[in-house]
Design a protein around this ligand. Structure first.
Ligand code: SF4
Length: 317
């Protein structure tokens, strides 16, 4: 049913595909896996311009990543957010040296590798003939099959239906490019699209998938206290699940009482599920449970975006 559309897709990909992406020009499963993890929640442009190459320079092989301290890995991940990805990357390196497994089943058993990443690594690193799924491909499936709403399980069935078993590798690459170039969330070019003749949703592409109702992002009000003693600043390594392993100043509730301190300013930081608004105070005191660093030493630690803003306030004072 789709063989003509497959041919058109491959021809389109030869001419318009993004063939220069570095993770497409390597057979190294480690590099492909790193790119897949980075791209889970971050755009191609950001990954390419700021993170992919410095990370691989610091940890050129799976063994180098396994040998590194988690602190070093978190520091290199700084700015990418979703730090669980970095912790799982490190755990998986420790578990899978000297090389990543090849099958979807074995890949899925490793920390931080879900269904989609396992398929992508198997398909791109080991040329396993399996379909892949990312946000772009989901959108194409919704539109080609005119589906308003579906579970991931159902979408995988559609992915297998549309899959080109004769050219699996190029098909997967082409699908990702089609989603980011022609079948975008707010713009489509259906006339130029290789799926135009088979796409059931092309008359009203934006009806698929059905829009989710956006909920307002909650705001968390906090106070951030920077303890200062003899030119050093008190910090602790976070032990909570959120931002686990990153170093932080002291955070308290916005209505919690504290000793008189000097206000340094305010910061605001957007996270995926809330926004942090915090008043920042400097407090001259030595607190036992902290470790103490100069500003120069702090610059070598892995910090959250919010704590980086606090450091900027400290430098400005
Ligand atoms: S025909 Fe239009 S809606 Fe359908 S897949 Fe192509 S670009 Fe998307």
């Amino acid at each position: 049913m789709f063989s003509k559309a497959h041919q058109r897709l491959l021809a389109w990909y030869q001419t318009h595909g993004r063939h220069d992406l570095p993770w497409r020009n390597t057979d190294d499963p480690y590099k492909i896996w790193v790119s897949e993890i980075m791209l889970q929640q971050t755009q191609v442009k950001t990954v390419l311009e700021r993170f992919y190459f410095p990370f691989l320079e610091a940890f050129p092989t799976l063994q180098d990543l396994a040998d590194a301290d988690l602190d070093e890995v978190l520091k290199k991940w700084e700015g990418l957010g979703y730090y669980t990805r970095a912790r799982n990357l490190h755990k998986t390196a420790l578990l899978s040296t000297p090389s990543l497994p090849q099958s979807v089943h074995e890949l899925k058993a490793l920390p931080g590798i879900g269904e989609s990443t396992a398929h992508a690594v198997a398909a791109f690193a080991f040329h396993t003939p399996v379909p892949i799924m990312d946000a772009n491909i989901k959108r194409i499936l919704y539109r080609v099959f005119a589906i308003k709403k579906a579970t991931d399980k159902v979408l995988w069935e559609y992915a297998r239906k549309l899959f080109d078993e004769e050219h699996p590798y190029d098909f997967n690459q082409a699908m990702m490019d089609l989603g980011s170039i022609l079948c975008q969330s707010r713009r489509t070019a259906c006339k130029q699209c290789p799926f135009s003749s088979v796409c059931l949703g092309k008359e009203d592409p934006f009806a698929y998938p059905q829009k989710k109702v956006k909920r307002a992002i909650p705001v968390r009000q906090k106070k951030i206290i920077v303890h200062h003693h003899r030119g050093r600043y008190g910090m602790r390594q976070r032990s909570s699940r959120f931002l686990h392993g990153l170093w932080s100043f002291t955070e308290i509730g916005s209505d919690e009482e504290m000793d008189v301190s000097r206000r340094l300013g305010d910061i605001s930081q957007q996270y995926s599920h809330f926004r942090l608004d915090a008043e920042v105070y400097l407090h001259e005191a030595s607190i036992d449970e902290h470790e103490w660093f100069t500003l120069e030493e702090i610059s070598a630690l892995a910090l959250s975006g919010a704590d980086h803003k606090v450091v900027t306030l400290l430098k400005q004072r």
